[in-house]
Design a protein around this ligand. Structure first.
Ligand SMILES: [Zn+2]
Length: 400
C-alpha cells in the first residue's frame, strides 16, 4: 500500500513494490494548506540515497507562467492511462481539489484565474534553493539532468548554449543525458562535453561510422552513496535524426537499443551495482515499454514528454518518475538500498512556485553575469547585427 506523508510526498515499502497502483488522495493535504517554502520543501529523509531529477529545462532560466496541456494523446494500450489524462480526470485520479496549488501546478483548468493567485513557476535560482535544502539534509544527493537543457531561449541560442552551461554547472549536477543539445552541432556539443565537470551519459549514443559506443559519451557511471553502489545509466533521445536535422551530428547515431541497455544493466550488476537508475530521454511511453522489456532497472527518471506526475508509475519492479519541464518541478527520490536490493522508495514532486520559494542570490548573480558577458561592458558585445539594439538592461531582465 501507498501512504501519503505530506504534500506531494509518496512512500512505498518493498512489500508493496509489485502490483501497486498509485491513485489516491494525494492532493487533499495540499488544498488544506496555505503555501509556504517550508511546506514545499518538507520531506522526511529516507533510506540511504537521494536522487534529484530535473529535466527538459529548455534553457528557461527565469520563472514563467506555465499551463499544463489540456490534451495528452495516448495511443493504443496507453490511451486513457497516466500520463495521458488531463484536467478533471487527472485531479480525480490523484485526489486533487479544484483550485488547489496542485490543481494549478498539474492541470490546466481555470489557469488564468489561478495564475493570478499562485503566480509564476520555475526559475533556476529557485531550483537552486530547493537543491540546497535537499543537500542540507543529504549532502551527497545525486543531481541528474535529463537533457533538453542547453536549448530553447534567445540567450541560449546566441551563446551556443553557454549561458545554460554556466548556470547548470553552478548547480553541480552529477550526470546528464541529451536531446536538443545536439542541434548546437556536434563540434559545439563535443567542445562543451569535453569540458563538463560531470558525467555525460548515453548508452545509445553510437559512433555512426563504426556502429560502436561513442567514446565521448559513457553508457553509465557508478557513484558510491550511503554505503551502496549506485549505477546511473544514460539514455539519450532515440529518434534524434528523425526529429532533428541529422546533418548537424553526422558522426553520431542513436536509437532505443534495448538489447544494449540490457547488456549495460547486466554489466553494472555484475560489477556490483546495488541499485540501477536510468536517466532517460526516451519519453514516458517508451520508458514504460523499456521497463517491460529490460529487467533489472530500479528507477527510471523519465524525460522528453514533459509529463509531471505526483507519484511514480510502477512497471514490473521499475519505478518511473516524471518531473515536468521548464524548471517547473524538481523530483526528489529517496531510496533505501541494502545488500544489492532496493527495499523502498519515497518520492516527492516539488513544484517550484516562484513567489513562494526564495531565489538563491548566487545563481541570480550567475544569470546577471551571463547577461553582462553577452552584452559586453558597453551593453552590446558581439551580438548579431539584428539584435544589437537590445541593451544590457533588457538582457538582464530576461536573465533574472
Ligand atoms: Zn526532448
Amino acid at each position: 500500500m501507498i501512504s501519503r506523508r505530506d504534500f506531494l510526498q509518496v512512500s512505498m515499502d518493498a512489500s508493496a513494490l509489485v502490483g501497486a497502483s498509485g491513485f489516491g488522495n494525494w492532493g487533499r493535504l495540499a488544498a488544506q494548506q496555505s503555501l509556504t517554502q517550508d511546506q514545499l520543501l518538507e520531506f522526511d529523509t529516507y533510506g540511504n540515497i537521494s536522487l534529484i531529477h530535473i529535466t527538459d529545462i529548455h534553457a528557461q532560466l527565469k520563472p514563467i507562467y506555465f499551463r499544463e496541456p489540456s490534451v495528452n494523446l495516448g495511443v493504443g494500450g496507453n490511451k486513457g492511462h497516466v500520463p495521458h489524462i488531463t484536467g478533471a480526470d487527472f485531479r480525480r485520479a490523484y485526489g486533487i481539489a479544484d483550485g488547489s496549488p496542485s490543481a494549478y501546478a498539474l492541470t490546466h483548468d481555470d489557469f488564468s484565474s489561478l495564475a493570478q493567485g499562485y503566480g509564476r513557476v520555475g526559475g533556476l535560482d529557485r531550483v537552486s534553493t530547493v537543491l540546497n535544502a535537499i543537500r542540507a539534509a543529504r549532502p551527497d544527493a545525486l543531481l541528474l539532468d535529463g537533457g533538453d537543457t542547453w536549448h530553447g531561449s534567445y540567450t541560449c541560442h546566441h551563446t551556443a548554449g553557454q549561458d545554460m552551461v554556466n548556470v547548470m554547472n553552478a548547480l553541480k549536477p552529477d550526470a546528464m543525458t541529451f536531446h536538443w543539445e545536439f542541434t548546437l552541432g556536434s563540434d559545439r556539443v563535443n567542445e562543451i562535453v569535453e569540458g563538463l565537470p560531470f558525467a555525460a551519459l548515453g548508452q545509445n549514443i553510437f559512433d555512426s561510422e563504426w556502429d560502436e559506443p561513442a567514446e565521448l559519451f559513457k553508457p553509465y557511471k557508478f557513484f558510491d552513496r550511503g554505503g551502496a553502489k549506485v549505477a546511473v545509466i544514460g539514455q539519450a533521445f532515440p529518434y534524434m535524426p528523425i526529429a532533428n536535422p541529422g546533418w548537424m551530428f553526422p558522426e553520431y547515431s542513436f536509437g532505443i537499443r534495448d538489447e544494449h541497455m540490457q547488456d549495460m544493466v547486466d554489466e553494472v550488476r555484475a560489477a556490483g551495482a546495488d541499485v540501477v537508475v536510468l536517466l532517460s530521454h526516451n519519453g514516458f511511453d517508451v520508458d514504460k515499454k523499456m521497463a517491460s522489456v529490460v529487467t533489472g532497472i530500479d528507477v527510471i527518471l523519465s524525460g522528453h514528454t514533459h509529463d509531471a506526475l505526483p507519484e511514480p508509475v510502477l512497471v514490473g519492479k521499475t519505478h518511473i518518475i516524471a518531473s515536468g519541464s521548464n524548471g517547473k518541478f524538481v523530483s526528489r527520490v529517496d531510496l533505501d538500498v541494502r545488500d544489492g536490493q532496493m527495499m523502498g522508495i519515497r518520492h516527492k514532486l516539488i513544484p517550484i512556485f516562484a513567489d513562494v520559494i526564495a531565489p538563491d542570490p548566487v545563481i541570480t548573480k550567475d544569470h546577471r553575469r551571463a547577461a553582462r558577458a553577452l552584452c559586453g561592458p558597453a551593453g552590446r558585445g558581439d551580438l548579431p547585427a539584428g539584435f544589437a539594439a537590445l541593451s544590457a538592461r533588457q538582457f538582464q531582465r530576461h536573465l533574472g
